[in-house]
Design a protein around this ligand. Structure first.
Ligand code: URA
Length: 440
């Protein structure tokens, strides 16, 4: 294989054959293609893209660069949900046990927080003892025992993506729709799913801030699902303000437990039910939306969803006492109140500013090596559309390091914009299904 010729052809807008793509990705995963050549290829793709056929093969080759789970022995249909990342986005934590309690197996592999967005693994690890590092045999065993497993990506899964993502990070080639979509989908498809529901965010707190960019990303991932023969659905959801009232790791576990107990803020509950309904429909575990919603509501009301979460926490080494007494979760020792600067209605509670403030407090990471402070966080008292008076608390900050608090105060104080009136946009703007899912 002449890699220079492949780079040249892609650079000039030409097509790569399936064999060329498979050969290139396997050679890169095996360390036979140098990083500088793969960086040049990533930049060529950044500028000239990949056709739908090329992208299908590229994703499949990435997926096959390592171990692909075989969960075909599991008696239940398998589904997962992936969010492109946001602020206060704890949806996976109540959603996964609710759907599992309704008879769908969820082999969920999640990520860590990076930048202003949080990560499910960091949140789960605030439960004392809970481990998200599982070997593939333990992953499969726990899924078999509880219909749910909540872990990080194993070392052996999609190694080509780990290498390529690290390379893209330092070569300004992250923001490419074909590279992002193949990166996400290669990892999800390696989970051996029957159905996947994507939550693609847009707005200030999202990776793709513009709706049209998020829509393109969603459509591209649906196409990859079709090429692979998997049912995929995508929800385009607003991330211009944080989801729910809690931002921060232990804070978000507390809010997730509220949802599992039948409470929780309306936006978190609405999105959890919308995504859960779609997972049940695509997995064939409910005949229509009404039945799916009823099943989810029943699983919450009769404690079945909390019971699945309890079993998975125990199986992954966590202290289940936290589920009965969330005050056992870490809480930072100090508190600071952010107040409204004037009378009026909250026009904006800027997700990016609040997310970056949370990261500076210690709830997130600027680099992958940073250590999380599990008990720091921000509790929102006012969100878009809420009426406030000057001096009212709009947020409470739980902090542990005065220098870190100082570093985030100006951002937080400018995150709330107050005006005469506000019309909150819908949380879910659009739902798209790929051809496989539409044939449902
Ligand atoms: N998340 C991923 O997994 N990959 C990307 O390329 C971007 C976000």
């Amino acid at each position: 294989m002449n890699v220079v010729e492949l780079i040249q052809r892609k650079r000039d807008g030409g097509r790569l054959t399936a064999d060329e793509i498979r050969g290139l990705i396997q050679a890169y995963a095996d360390d036979h293609v140098p990083r500088y050549q793969m960086a040049a290829m990533a930049m060529a793709i950044f500028f000239t893209g990949l056709s739908a056929d090329e992208l299908g093969v590229w994703t499949d080759a990435m997926m096959r660069s390592g171990e692909v789970l075989d969960l075909s022995d599991h008696p239940l249909p398998r589904a997962d949900k992936h969010s492109t990342g946001g602020v206060g986005d704890k949806i996976s934590i109540p959603l996964a046990p609710m759907v599992a309690a309704c008879g769908v197996a969820i082999p969920m592999m999640s990520g860590r927080g990076l930048g202003h967005t949080g990560g499910t693994l960091d949140k789960l690890e605030t439960i004392p003892g809970f481990t998200t590092t599982l070997d593939p045999p333990d992953f499969v065993r726990i899924l078999g025992e509880t219909n749910l497993v909540l872990a990080g990506q194993s070392e052996t899964l999609v190694p080509a993506d780990r290498r390529l993502y690290a390379l893209r990070d330092v070569t300004a080639t992250v923001e490419s729709v074909p590279l992002i979509s193949s990166s996400i989908m290669s990892k999800k498809l390696a989970e051996d799913l029957d159905a996947l529901v994507l939550d693609v965010k847009f707005g200030t707190g999202a990776f793709m801030q513009e709706f049209e960019d998020a829509q393109l990303l969603a459509r591209t991932m649906l196409g990859i699902g079709d090429a692979h023969g998997t049912k995929v659905s995508a929800f385009l959801t607003d991330m211009s303000q944080p989801l729910g009232r809690e931002v921060g790791n232990a804070n978000e576990i507390r809010e997730s437990l509220e949802v599992l107990a039948g409470g929780g803020p309306t936006d978190v509950v609405d999105l959890t039910y919308a995504l859960g309904t779609e997972m049940l429909l695509l997995a064939g575990a409910a005949r229509d939306e009404e039945e799916a919603r009823d099943r989810l509501a029943t699983a919450v009301a009769n404690g079945a969803a909390m019971d699945v979460f309890r079993r998975v926490v125990a199986a992954q080494g966590g202290d289940t006492k936290v589920l009965d007494d969330p005050s056992l979760l870490p809480v930072a020792a100090n508190s600071h109140t952010v107040t409204a600067a004037s009378d009026g209605v909250v026009v904006e509670a800027n997700a990016r500013r609040i997310g970056v403030a949370g990261m500076r407090l210690g709830a997130g990471r600027a680099t992958i090596e940073d250590v999380i402070d599990p008990g720091v966080g921000i509790t929102l008292h006012a969100k878009r559309g809420d009426r406030v008076r000057q001096g009212d608390a709009v947020a409470e900050v739980a902090w542990s390091d005065p220098a870190r608090l100082e570093d985030c105060l100006a951002l937080l104080e400018s995150a709330w914009v107050i005006g005469p009136e506000a019309t909150p946009p819908p949380l879910i703007r659009e739902r798209l299904r790929n051809d496989h899912a539409s044939r449902q």
